[in-house]
Design a protein around this ligand. Structure first.
Ligand code: ATP
Length: 922
């Protein structure tokens, strides 16, 4: 075909509005390409000239709009109304400070939201799509952004189509085009040109960017990229970042509404009571009412939750877990079952073929990793004889032909392209001395049936040098033995000795090896297409078994042990052989005494499945449908479960699981789309790390609430009591607002940075439907709030009586409030750990720094003449500070005593509960 190029490319790619109606040959000519693709240099020229294959990103929300959005919050409305009323009654200081609080809060929200959005955006960038492209006659994986018109791309089930393309080879391709055409049924594709006026939804010769391949394989010629694609023309469909509201945020919004209602009712009732019964002036009443409202409103709370979530998401991304659905982060902390694939997740995916078994002998293969350095020896340690060499050549020929993987050397490192199992077989053939290029030339591949989890084999049709055609097949031994009737012996084809092969499979699987069988069969001389019934009919010839080692990941062993301590069950659900799964499971530390296969699962009645799923930890030879069955069975027992998956058919299970986790490296785009998380390193240990992070996020949010609510309660009740009893206000609204303002940016924020608790992964998961505040924590909120209010009140009354100086007494009261909060923060850093342990102080930097900052600001507040005037304060003497510390520090001891008592009570209780780890459940 024509590959000559004009010296200068036109400024724009050819428009090709009729690509669907033209023949592939015409399009190849027009795009100066061919079925072996462009050259790398030509592709580069086209990219420079015609741009990247990227959809225009939505313009980011303008900063001013994000800023204004911060004010759209019920708490803020109440505060703004309070500021308005304060200015109407000419309390300018109150109004000014309320406005300052509102502005500071909005600024924190603005900055943090910007950071969270940036984090999510970078995560989207990280999870960009890749595709299999053909350039210079070689196929390799490429970032889809680098595609240009004229590129040749291979599609297979699970792929997201990376650009608009005209198909020129098709093997039952079906695409889900709902996003483009609204058609919910997948569309069948073909290579025959359709008429020019065919509507978009019926252009079966085209695959469109962004649609999903649900079945089959195909190859296409890229006709349009970037915003020239169909999807690029529909501007609303382009990807944009939005921060969805999580259940926790919804719960908090509801709490805010309820709290605001209560606050407004209490405020109104108190104002009426004060005005009618206590004879306060209207202005004083308004001032008091506003004081209660602003004191009781935990306006910092929404920002804290967003910050904690955003920081957690960022931390997880750094540890290779990309969050695709924010709400899932909150469920992470409650996960009590993790269902994981074996290959590549629990194992290292570092595949090396170690043993090869023919119908007469076993052979050992030397060498490590993917370097094709090593040789094949008879297992008695001698070189193979001539007959054996021939058998080995036949076996390795199948391993090389029926294979889409490749290995390349880069500075002494051997890199693989394609599936690791296939790469191991490719390397095996190279060790036998076969040459991949020669092999491809002498027995060109005419057609392929790619590996499918359900069928468990791959087959390819070849034109042989002697003019005949042959089918090469590799797959799971149980599947192939079922299809074989013959075997390849030293003297050619002979009847199959099934017992021999079964015993050899057992021998290999008992060593934890992944076993593949290699078989072949003659095809009709005119066969040009391959179908499954051609493979299954008439009997195959068994040639060899290959035992591939794939050791468990060292970090997975540690992570499983950690899960066991953390009360999380780990289930291995694999497509591999039951014996291999049991051996690897045992090495990983899983209960491997019973392995249930997919076929057995299919026989179990639906009502018995939940009980079975509780008992068995290893499921082998499973299908994607079995995964869905298991998810539903476990959910019937109210488990919160995380499930991994990679294939297109895993998508339903990933969607059904509480947390669907897709593999970033070996997973399909379909699985990634369905998942809440994507692991960029495909590593089981990363899941456990993410669960730990989820627990930490939940802890920190609970800690923030348990810190903020008592302080709001103390502030509000001080004013409330004063009005009810007709006493002077111990703290004025302006002073309370000052405290809120400085603590919101210091003390409260510090809790979002708290490191994980020491026993984070030694305690059982939190019950899934447990609310944020358990009765026990609610009790602590009331206790601390009550003590805080009483302390402030007593200090105020005492100083007022002794000195008669209201400004001094109020100065003492405000500082008492701040000291109280600072001491309480020290103990609020952990919900149950004791402050006197050394490890308690690890990671206390942010909390201590925030206390130091508050101290500086409080000193300025107390001694700066301008502040004294604005807030009506009298300076404190050193003795006052001593009294303040002495009066407010006991809260620390008190909460610590409460924690100790709870720890003790729980320990006593758990002694009588076998199997319950000694942990206080908050
Ligand atoms: P997991 O589900 O834990 O990732 P797995 O990768 O072993 O396990 P499958 O991919 O379903 O599960 O593979 C099942 C079996 O199919 C394997 O045990 C192997 O014998 C065979 N097999 C795997 N990959 C290929 C392949 N590329 N070509 C042919 N057969 C394969």
């Amino acid at each position: 075909m024509n590959r000559s190029l004009p010296p200068e490319l036109p400024a724009d790619a050819p428009p090709l509005p009729d690509a669907h109606a033209r023949t592939p040959a015409e399009l190849f000519a027009q795009l100066a390409s061919s079925d072996v693709g462009l050259s790398a240099t030509e592709a580069y020229r086209r990219r420079i000239r015609w741009g990247e294959n990227r959809l225009p990103a939505n313009p980011p929300t303008p900063a001013w709009r994000r800023w204004v959005r911060q004010f759209h919050n019920l708490f803020i409305y109440v505060l703004l109304t309070s500021a308005l009323i304060s200015s109407l009654i000419q309390h300018w200081v109150d109004a000014g400070v309320i406005m300052a609080v509102v502005l500071i809060n909005a600024t924190i929200g603005f900055i943090q939201e910007g950071k969270a959005e940036a984090a999510l955006r970078s995560i989207l960038r990280l999870s960009k799509n890749q595709c299999l492209v053909m350039r210079d006659g070689q196929s390799f994986t490429l970032d889809s952004q680098l595609l240009v018109p004229g590129d040749v791309v291979a599609l297979q089930a699970g792929d997201r189509v990376p650009a608009d393309m005209r198909l020129f080879y098709n093997k039952s391709l079906r695409c889900d085009e709902a996003m483009l055409t609204g058609e919910s049924q997948p569309t069948e594709k073909s290579v025959d040109a359709v008429s020019l006026d065919t509507p978009l939804a019926e252009r079966s010769t085209m695959a469109y960017m962004g649609t999903m391949v649900t079945f089959g394989t195909a190859r296409g010629l890229v006709t349009h990229t970037g915003n020239r694609t169909q999807i690029g023309q529909i501007s609303e469909l382009v990807q944009h970042v939005a921060l969805p509201e999580t259940p926790l945020q919804r719960q908090l919004a509801q709490l805010a509404r309820q709290l605001t209602l209560v606050i407004l009712l209490v405020t109104a009732a108190t104002a009426v009571f004060g005005f009618l019964v206590r004879d306060y002036s209207l202005a004083a009443m308004f001032q008091g009412a506003i004081g209660i409202a602003v004191a009781a409103i935990p306006e910092g709370l929404p920002a804290i939750v967003t910050i904690t979530l955003a920081m957690g998401v960022e931390r997880m991304a750094r540890k290779h877990a990309l969050v695709r659905r924010l709400p899932a982060v909150e469920v992470l902390g409650a996960v009590d079952v993790i269902c994981s694939d074996k290959t590549g997740t629990l194992t290292a995916n570092a595949m090396t073929a170690r043993l090869l078994v023919t119908s007469t002998a076993r052979f050992t293969i030397s060498g490590e990793g993917y370097a094709p350095i090593g040789d094949i020896q008879h297992h008695h340690g001698r070189s193979p004889n001539e007959d054996e060499q021939q058998q080995l050549n036949t076996a390795c020929g199948i391993a090389l032909s029926c294979n889409d993987a490749n290995v390349t050397e880069d500075d002494g490192d051997w890199n693989i392209h394609g599936d690791p199992t296939e790469a191991a077989l490719h390397v095996l053939a190279l060790k036998q001395g076969l040459n991949a290029a020669d092999h491809a030339r002498h027995r060109p591949r005419l057609d392929t049936l790619p590996f499918e989890t359900e069928k468990r084999y791959m087959a390819s049709l070849h034109q042989m040098a002697n003019g005949t055609r042959e089918i090469a097949i590799k797959g799971a031994p149980d599947q192939l033995l079922h299809l074989c009737r013959y075997q390849w012996g030293p003297r050619g084809i002979e009847p199959l000795n099934k017992h021999y092969w079964e015993a050899e499979v057992n021998f290999l699987t008992n060593q934890g090896m992944r076993v593949l069988a290699l078989a072949n069969k003659a095809a009709a001389d005119n066969a040009s297409q391959l179908h499954h019934d051609q493979v299954t009919a008439g009997g195959l010839v068994m040639v060899a078994l290959v035992g591939i080692s794939d050791p468990p990941r060292a970090e997975a062993v540690a992570a499983i042990a950690q899960c066991q301590q953390a009360g999380i069950r780990v289930l291995m659900i694999t497509g591999d052989n039951p014996t291999t799964a049991a051996v690897i499971g045992r090495e990983l530390g899983l209960a491997a005494d019973r392995v249930v296969t997919g076929a057995e699962l299919d026989q179990v009645a639906a009502q018995d499945l939940p009980a079975l799923a509780e008992k068995v930890s290893i499921f082998a030879r499973t299908s994607p449908a079995n995964k869905l069955q298991l998810v539903q069975a476990l959910q019937a027992h109210r488990h919160a479960l995380a499930m991994t998956g990679d294939g297109v058919n895993d998508a339903p299970a990933l969607r059904q699981a509480d947390i669907g986790i897709a593999m970033g490296q070996k997973g399909t785009d379909a699985a990634r789309d369905a998942a809440a998380f994507v692991l960029t390193d495909d590593n089981f240990a990363t899941i456990v790390g993410a669960v730990a992070e989820g627990r930490r996020i939940h802890d920190n949010i609970v800690k923030s609430i348990v810190f903020i609510l008592p302080t709001s309660l103390a502030e509000a009740s001080v004013i409330l009591l004063a009005i009810l009893f007709g006493w002077l206000l111990p703290i004025t609204p302006a002073q309370i607002l000052w405290v809120n303002m400085i603590t919101a940016v210091t003390l409260t924020l510090a809790l979002a940075f708290e490191p994980p608790e020491a026993n984070l992964m030694q305690r059982p998961p939190r019950p899934r439907h447990q609310g944020l505040l358990t009765p026990r924590l609610l009790y602590r909120v009331m206790l601390v709030g009550g003590i805080g209010a009483a302390t402030i009140f007593l200090l105020f009354r005492w100083h007022l009586q002794r000195t008669g100086d209201i400004e001094l007494a109020r100065c003492v009261a405000v500082n008492a409030l701040v000291c109280f909060e600072a001491f309480y923060l020290l103990t609020a850093r952990s919900l149950h750990d004791a402050i006197w342990h050394r490890r308690y102080w690890a990671g206390s930097g942010p909390a201590l720094l925030s206390i130091a900052l508050v101290a500086v600001m409080q000193l300025a507040f107390t001694y700066w003449p301008l502040s004294q005037e604005v807030f009506s304060l009298a300076p404190l003497a050193p003795a006052h500070w001593l009294i303040l510390v002495a009066a407010t520090s006991p809260i620390l001891l008190l909460v610590e005593l409460e924690k100790a008592w709870l720890r003790h009570a729980h320990r006593r209780w758990s002694l009588h509960q076998p199997g319950v780890p000694g942990h206080v459940h908050f």
